[in-house]
Design a protein around this ligand. Structure first.
Ligand SMILES: Cc1cc2nc3c(=O)[nH]c(=O)nc-3n(C[C@H](O)[C@H](O)[C@H](O)COP(=O)(O)OP(=O)(O)OC[C@H]3O[C@@H](n4cnc5c(N)ncnc54)[C@H](O)[C@@H]3O)c2cc1C
Length: 379
């Protein structure tokens, strides 16, 4: 397997990494984390580049990168390099937009996809419920047809970004008795009968996440995306790609966390020498570097396999498991290396550490990923 980047991939890497440094420097990003404000400015700049449409085919107004997981992984590595929360602010909408592109009617694309590509609106996705997270098919909120309208009742949780202005929620709702009988309805977040409550979370502070309460919420019949009872399939169809993208942003962020640690240990002095001169700390950094390289190569091995059109569910699960664990371990070691200063937001390590912990849950917990890997081993 050839892991060297082509000229095009190298240029794309330089373009996105320098864009992020220029347009969303760390001090600005940090303020968003502290004030819990969505980075609208960055979102608009992404839209102006056309990058919100990276995963949308050209015939629907996008840039058609949906068939190029390596190029998209490079993008995710860049947008996640300083913050997994920032990566989520951009990626969450992008994946749901692919569902609308693939399964939406011309009217739905005109109503939701076109403004999204212009940066005028956003998407969020609502699967999880208070009693069902990993076991997503345990969701109970229902949609039933009453003449020309859907009536929706129930309670969703952890719906990231649902509170932001002009957001369309792709809501997975039970429409049949079978375990996987779900449909996806497209729900504008100002729909009467929908109550949205922001949750006070440790992570995802600039994207924000919410609880949704639907009390006999009414939607027109054409709010249905695609066909009845196909929602489970639609939500699952980009799961590997989504997990690969999260893993890519995790290795991007792990690189930054390790660089910050190395810089601190190289500058800080104790007992008459640099902290980096103590062998115990030097070896810890070397170990972290080796594990980061392993995680990075695994992510791009999974991306390359997907790019060949091969099914890569187990390999992607391995990539996300190792990337999540590596980021967590590097941020944990960074917290120790920075001593008391690790507690201060301006050193960024506490933010990496918080986000890294959630990285072992969001997009499939480490335990669920292990189950997927074990299944591929027939155990
Ligand atoms: C900040 C944040 C943002 C989120 N954003 C969204 C969003 O936008 N949309 C959305 O739909 N959801 C979202 N989620 C929900 C997220 O997908 C779930 O939290 C995740 O799927 C885990 O579900 P749970 O929290 O209910 O934990 P549970 O599923 O209850 O798991 C609890 C623990 O049990 C373990 N466990 C569960 N089943 C097994 C098993 N079979 N074998 C071994 N261990 C197991 C898990 O690994 C975990 O450690 C978000 C969550 C958070 C915290």
């Amino acid at each position: 397997m050839d892991f060297s980047f082509t000229d095009e991939q190298r240029m794309w890497r330089d373009t996105v990494f320098s864009f992020m440094d220029r347009e969303f420097p760390r001090d600005v990003l940090r303020k968003h984390d502290q004030s819990r404000e969505f980075p609208e400015d960055l979102y608009q700049k992404m839209a102006a580049q056309g990058w919100l449409g990276l995963l949308i085919p050209e015939e629907h107004g996008g840039l058609g990168m949906h068939n190029d997981p390596v190029m998209f992984s490079i993008f995710c590595e860049a947008i996640g390099k300083d913050s997994l929360d920032t990566a989520a602010c951009i990626m969450t909408s992008m994946f749901t937009a692919t569902n609308v592109s693939r399964h939406g009617t011309a009217e739905q694309r005109e109503r939701y996809l076109a403004p999204f590509l212009r940066g005028e609106s956003k998407f969020s996705v609502s699967i999880s419920e208070p009693q069902s997270g990993s076991d997503a098919a345990g969701a109970r909120s229902t949609a039933r047809l009453d003449g020309d309208e859907w009536i929706v009742s129930g309670n969703k949780v952890w719906c990231s970004g649902a509170h932001l202005p002009n957001t369309c929620i792709a809501m997975m709702l039970r429409t049949g008795e079978g375990r996987y009988d779900f449909s996806v309805l497209l729900v504008p977040n100002d729909t009467p009968g929908l109550e949205i409550q922001k949750m006070d979370t440790l992570v995802r502070r600039s994207l924000g996440t919410t609880s949704l309460f639907m009390d006999e919420m009414r939607l027109p019949k054409d709010a249905l995306l695609g066909e009845v009872n196909k929602g489970w399939q639609y939500i699952g169809e980009h799961l590997d790609f989504e997990r690969l993208s999260i893993a890519s942003s995790q290795v991007g962020n792990a690189r930054t966390a390790l660089d910050d640690t190395v810089r601190y240990l190289s500058e800080r002095k104790a007992f008459g020498k640099r902290l980096a001169d103590f062998q115990v700390l030097k070896h810890r950094m070397a170990e972290d570097q080796a594990r980061l390289s392993a995680a990075w190569y695994l992510v791009y091995a999974a991306a390359t396999t997907m790019a060949r059109g091969e099914k890569a569910t187990a390999l992607v699960a391995q990539a996300k498991l190792i990337a999540a664990q590596t980021l967590f371990d590097i941020a944990f070691n960074g917290m120790q290396a920075l001593g008391g200063y690790a507690q201060l937001p301006e050193y960024d390590m506490e933010r990496y550490f918080r986000e890294a912990k959630h990285g072992m849950v969001g997009g499939g917990t480490n335990e669920i990923l292990r189950s997927i890997i074990a299944k591929s081993m027939d155990i």
